[in-house]
Design a protein around this ligand. Structure first.
Ligand code: PSU
Ligand code: MN
Length: 304
């Protein structure tokens, strides 16, 4: 059995000429934002990466084929479909071998990026340890993936819907470097400050790329998590969001929402409860992460 990867024309050209490439996930498109904002955002993020001098590679499984880079019509079709599976590490091989269509989570996108030789990936927020995980055992496969797959993931911190202290503890146990970009505090997705210090801080894309290369030189598996704070003008302060998050979490528990459905449910409810404001922040932070990921990708190329 061989893995077939279908590259978009711009990603194929970038690979041929050794140009910098940034991977992008697709679950944020299909399960993270409503249509049509999801499509507008996906396009804007891709253009941000191009304007920063790198090539975007949005990753998804379409009819059992692993796509690395989606052309315009494919992106549009994916953004409009409501029957798309959410594929994490456990699902990827089954989807590919049964001809399914699915969007890749952070974990699955990291696996695909590595298969395609892409070292950096931009997203919004990673999955992590959910509140009440001591009862539910709900810990995202994204954390294990960061421990074993050598891709630098640029996010805006762990989503504030999670238990952030527990998420940090698990990342520490797994040996994942958690690097705040340009500040000491760990950002919390919609907010710039989680109230917790980040384990590591870096201020320079070149240093982040060099650290990834040093990790490989040491023979260590796994990636790096870069937490990039949302721009100040777009943030929702943590204190303001806290009651909304508590209510969304309570509703999820009361309605018995479980497993893969938890994260999309919480994001959707927070969007409603903030009157759409959380979505604007989400869009701003993903675009901000795309620009930083492009700068890191260029450093990977420059450092060779
Ligand atoms: N970040 C967002 N929106 C999302 C996600 C992340 O801003 O929809 C997705 C990512 O694909 C991440 C997934 O991998 O949520 C985590 O899901 P879970 O908690 O079920 O592992
Ligand atoms: Mn989960």
């Amino acid at each position: 059995m061989t893995l077939e990867i279908r590259y978009s024309s711009e990603v194929a050209a970038a690979r041929q000429f050794g140009a910098p490439v940034v991977a992008l996930e697709s679950t944020i498109i299909t399960h993270g934002m409503p249509f049509p904002r999801n499509l507008e955002t996906a396009r804007a993020v891709e253009n941000d990466i191009r304007q920063a001098g790198a090539v975007p590679a949005t990753i998804a499984v379409i009819d059992g084929v692993l796509h690395v880079g989606l052309d315009g019509p494919a992106l549009e079709a994916l953004a409009q479909r409501s029957d798309v599976a959410k594929l994490s590490r456990a699902d990827l091989a089954v989807a590919l071998s049964t001809g399914a269509t699915g969007a890749t989570t952070v974990a699955a996108t990291m696996i695909a990026a590595q298969a395609a030789g892409i070292g950096v990936f931009a997203t919004g927020g990673i999955g992590g340890v959910h509140r009440g995980a001591e009862e539910s055992f709900d810990i995202s496969a994204d954390l294990q993936e960061l421990a074993q797959t050598p891709v630098t993931v640029v996010c805006a911190g762990a989503k504030a819907i999670l238990d952030i202290p527990k998420t940090l503890e698990v990342l520490e146990t797994l040996g994942v470097p958690v690097i705040a970009y340009g500040q000491d505090a760990l950002p919390a997705f919609w907010s710039r400050d989680s109230g917790l210090a980040a384990p590591l801080r870096m201020d320079d894309p070149a240093a982040i790329a060099a650290a990834a290369k040093m990790r490989a030189a040491l023979g260590l598996p796994g990636g790096q998590l870069v937490a990039n704070p949302v721009p100040p003008a777009e943030e929702i302060p943590a204190a303001e969001l806290q009651p909304v998050i508590a209510r969304a979490n309570d509703e999820a528990a009361a309605q018995g929402i479980q497993g893969k459905a938890v994260t999309p449910f919480l994001l959707g409810r927070i969007l409603e409860l903030t009157g759409g404001r959380s979505l604007e922040t989400n869009i701003a932070l993903v675009r901000n992460n795309a620009r930083l990921a492009a700068a890191i990708a260029k450093e990977f190329t420059r450092q060779g």
